[in-house]
Write a protein that binds this ligand. Structure first.
Ligand code: UDP
Ligand code: MG
Length: 335
């Protein structure tokens, strides 16, 4: 149990006397085609929010370069030189979107942070509403997709199905919400205490509690460049969402095992009955071979699922750092 220091406790949440410092965190991997446009549109929005007195003048955008191989970092450095509202963090190598995002959330100060994609798919026009919700006391504001008409049928079908499966397994996720959200200082500090290796932030954050609300938006097409989330990365994230939050697959194996056992016992009894009380000859080929293949398959599959969890424990037990920062740029809230 942590000792509560009343002074520090008071300081961790925005008090409302001044406009809050709201910073933006954008993970980028090979985004040189879009960053200039993103910086200018976000800069315009920051300017408007500051002019309306909704956010403090020190608010800025922080681009987290997730070990890009193109000119992303050079561009971030240039933007930081050109504009007062742009800063950057460069990771030492590609660590994946979730780790890059976590790095931003854990490293950038401010009363609240808004996380969004660098490719302008997340509609910026709802940000004033998110900030207003924060100012009215919501410490977490989730942006939720209203429709999925910019997705392919395959993506829409699998994504919506996936959220339903997660919910069915008891994982608390906000339906159709990804990583576009506003987090106040208190949930950010709460998140700092989670030391999970296999990050699935959209599952972790609803566990934090605090007052939250939802703002709906329509997701646009990517402004330029192509998706940095190929099917393999998407599947890996999806599987992580299941294994980091639910033991349902392990329980399913137990249930399957129990069911197969019951059937086997019944089958055994039946075979015994046939053997003892009838004179029907049993050539026995199909009845031997089919269950053998079936059980072999089930066993291998079960071992595989158990192995997946074991591998997660193995990796987590090493407690390796999730990212290393190589460089930073911009003036980080200093005027
Ligand atoms: N991204 C990242 N590291 C990666 C892959 C992606 O930081 O290894 C960033 C990417 O630059 C973008 C965000 O994560 O800002 C979402 O990626 P993307 O737009 O490619 O995913 P999609 O929208 O297609 O699902
Ligand atoms: Mg995208």
């Amino acid at each position: 149990m942590q000792l509560i220091d009343p002074n520090r406790f008071a300081r961790t949440s925005w008090t409302g006397s001044q406009p809050p410092v709201v910073n933006f965190v954008l993970p980028c991997y090979n985004e040189q085609e879009v960053l200039r446009e993103t910086a200018s549109r976000l800069g315009e929005l920051l300017g408007e929010l500051k002019a309306d007195g909704l956010i403090a003048n020190a608010s800025a955008a922080y681009y987290i370069d997730d070990g890009s191989r193109d000119g992303t970092w050079t561009l971030i450095e240039t933007l930081a030189r050109e504009r007062g509202d742009t800063c950057g963090i460069k990771l030492s190598r590609n660590r994946g979107h979730q780790n890059a995002l976590l790095c931003g959330l854990m490293s950038v100060g401010g009363d609240a942070l808004v996380s969004l994609d660098a490719d302008l798919q997340d509609d910026l026009s709802i940000i004033p509403d998110m900030v207003r919700a924060f100012r009215n006391g919501d410490e977490l504001v989730y942006a939720v997709r209203r429709r999925r008409d910019t997705d392919t049928f395959f993506k829409r079908f699998t994504a919506e199905g996936y959220y339903k499966v997660l919910a069915w397994m008891g994982v608390e996720v906000v339906f159709n919400h990804a990583d576009y959200r506003l987090m106040g200082r208190r949930p950010l500090e709460a998140l700092r205490r989670y030391e999970e290796t296999h990050l699935f932030l959209r599952g972790m954050i609803p566990q934090l509690g605090y007052r939250s609300s939802i703002v709906a938006f329509d997701r646009a097409e990517r402004f330029a460049g192509e998706s940095k989330y190929p099917l393999s990365k998407m599947l890996s994230l999806a599987w992580r969402g299941v294994t980091s939050f639910s033991a349902a697959p392990l329980r399913a194996i137990t249930s399957l095992g129990a069911m197969v056992s019951v059937v086997s016992v019944a089958f055994g009894l039946w075979a015994l009955f046939v053997r003892l009380f009838t004179d029907v000859a049993l050539p026995g080929w199909a009845s031997t071979v089919i269950p053998m293949y079936l059980l072999g398959g089930i066993q291998l599959l079960s071992l595989g699922v158990i192995g997946e969890y074991l591998a997660k424990i193995y990796e987590a037990s090493k407690q390796r750092p999730r990212f290393h920062v190589e460089a930073i740029t911009g003036h980080w809230g200093q005027p």
